[in-house]
Design a protein around this ligand. Structure first.
Ligand code: TXA
Ligand code: MG
Length: 340
């Protein structure tokens, strides 16, 4: 049910209910970190495997400190620069965090979202909200209240309407670790690309003469890193410019048959009939494209077409496009581009 009253949302959370909250990135499906049954029902509502940990949303640094055992000077620096905003910090967890939230990992994801409704809600609640994106597991994230409503169609999930999301794709997930011998030396890894770039993080750290190094992450460190994610209900196909439609339909038809039905627990859509293409239109500006992306995937879903195509453009090679390209690659079932 879509609501506009934060008091109602607060009461529902305190009573152990689920509330979808607006953030600047995407809508989150939230439960109070103190309500174990509600935390469990996030996983069931999303059909999300228990091994994929949730992000804890907080209203201020004071609250962040309750949920980590190591609020380092660099965590503080990054929080000062990027919070509230689309950066999730993965830090060592404290005992105040239920292992259900972190899927048994020793670390926790923390973020202050930049949306007045959710910030107000968190302040009034006085503790954290665990919230993954408010979509079924592996599917497209919601950027408007109506998207969440369509996704779950459940009266007991309240959707706090905060308009459409400004950023439009999920936060950058940054893992921050300290060297155990030299505590002034930091190890960083980006587990998910987002609106905050590695270059922006470099700038802040270098300006403050922090000793740090970048690392690649392993699959164990980032359980949410599936091959497919953000998938629309009809297949998304990536194609080169200048393809002839009938030729393209024939090629898609023959290749789609050979796809597996399920990849890493995500169902791959394989329509029997392929005759109506929907061509996705995204702005050439990367930030605008990010804002439009999930909404356009949903529009394409509902267009009556049985397949959607994205025509690859040269400007998508630009670094600013990296977070959007990451989503496009994971959302697509077929990549028919000649150079990948
Ligand atoms: O922008 C966002 O981050 C949105 C809004 C609602 O805040 N949330 C979101 O949550 O995208 P979710 O659950 O869809 O994605 C969180 C990602 C997952 O890939 C999860 O595996 C990873 O963050 N993550 C969470 N806690 C982690 C941890 N302790 N260690 C490693 N990865 C973690
Ligand atoms: Mg998600």
């Amino acid at each position: 049910m879509i609501i506009r009253d934060s008091e109602q949302a607060l009461a529902h959370l305190n009573a152990g209910g689920l509330v979808a909250i607006p953030t600047e990135t995407v809508y989150g499906l939230a439960a109070s970190v103190r309500q174990r049954t509600a935390l469990q029902s996030i996983f069931t509502a999303k059909e999300r495997p228990l091994f994929d940990p949730l992000i804890v949303h907080i209203s201020d640094v004071q609250m962040a400190k309750q949920y980590t055992s190591d609020w380092s000077p660099v965590a503080d620096l990054l929080a000062t620069h990027f919070w509230p905003g689309p950066l999730t910090l993965i830090l060592p967890k404290s005992d105040a965090v239920d292992p259900l939230i972190t899927s048994g990992l020793p670390s926790v994801g923390l973020r202050i979202p930049n949306h007045p409704l959710s910030l107000g809600l968190l302040r009034n609640l006085g503790h954290g909200l665990a919230a993954p994106s408010a979509n079924k597991f592996g599917r497209t994230s919601p950027t408007r209240a109506e998207h969440v409503e369509q996704e779950f169609q459940r009266q007991d999930i309240l959707v706090l309407d905060g308009g459409s999301c400004d950023v439009g794709i999920e936060s950058t997930v940054l893992k921050l670790e300290r060297d155990l011998v030299n505590l002034n030396q930091y190890k960083l890894a980006i587990l998910r690309l987002g609106d905050v770039s590695a270059e922006q993080i470099d700038q802040v750290l270098q300006k403050n003469q922090i000793q740090y190094s970048w690392h690649n992450f392993s699959k164990q460190e980032s359980p949410g890193h599936m091959k497919h994610h953000y998938m629309p209900n009809i297949p998304l196909v990536l194609v080169d410019k200048g393809q002839e439609t009938q030729q393209l339909i024939l090629q898609i038809k023959s290749e789609i048959e050979h796809l597996p039905d399920i990849v890493e627990e995500v169902r791959i859509s394989k329509p029997k009939q392929i005759d109506k293409l929907f061509v996705l239109e995204l702005s050439a500006d990367a930030k605008l494209a990010a804002r439009e992306l999930y909404d356009s995937l949903r529009t394409a879903n509902e267009s009556g077409a049985n397949v959607m195509v994205l025509i690859w453009q040269d400007y998508m090679a630009d670094m600013a496009w990296n977070p959007v390209v990451d989503r496009l690659l994971k959302a697509s079932s077929l990549d028919l581009r000649s150079s990948k």
